[in-house]
Design a protein around this ligand. Sequence first.
Ligand code: DX5
Ligand code: ZN
Length: 216
Amino acid sequence: MLKQIIAPSVLNANFLELGNGLKAIENGGAGLVHLDIMDGHFVPNISFGPGISACVKKGTKLPLDCHLMIENPENYVGEFAKAGASIISVHAETTNHLDRLLHQIAELGVKPAVAINPATPLESIKYVLDIVDMVLIMSVNPGFGGQSLIPYCLDKIRELRALKPELNIQIDGGVKLDNILACKEAGANIFVVGSAIFGKPDPEAVCREFVAKVNG
Ligand code: DX5
Ligand code: ZN
């Protein structure tokens, strides 16, 4: 039976209060901290790197779920492993050697995961489904929090769940209290939530609501 996990993304958190924010989601029942790593090349935004990730690691007991939205991820997975990542997701669109890269992550002692953008077909990752611990299905075009979920991405999750009943499937982007049950029904079991938690006055209470909803 797959665990239902809420993975708050700190992308839109108040970084002046990040320690309190991490405590809030921990107390709110989150299972992972989702770190959106952006390089301004693969996506039209720049966020933070291994240094901030290492600080986050010191500020929480929760495992770090590092989502690399960067070119040349081969050059950086070692840095994020050193920073304390438990999971590293790399985009299939950012490497010519996905199989080799996923093995590289596993050899670092980190759980390998593959991510695909909304328009990228499942076909592109079907041969690595047995190598990964998780598949991240983007449900927004990557680069920013606060966007709306793209409905056809739920169809993709449904297709993937039918293919791999025991696989961890993470949905990432536009997840809200009013659509998370549809995401779960489609087959996701790990839910990235950014602005719907960190954009709110009481992130702990909202996180608790998300946890209750998916475990209800
Ligand atoms: C977007 C990121 C998502 C995003 C989620 O590129 O990968 O993790 O921060 O934020 P919301 O939940 O606000 O869409
Ligand atoms: Zn993400």
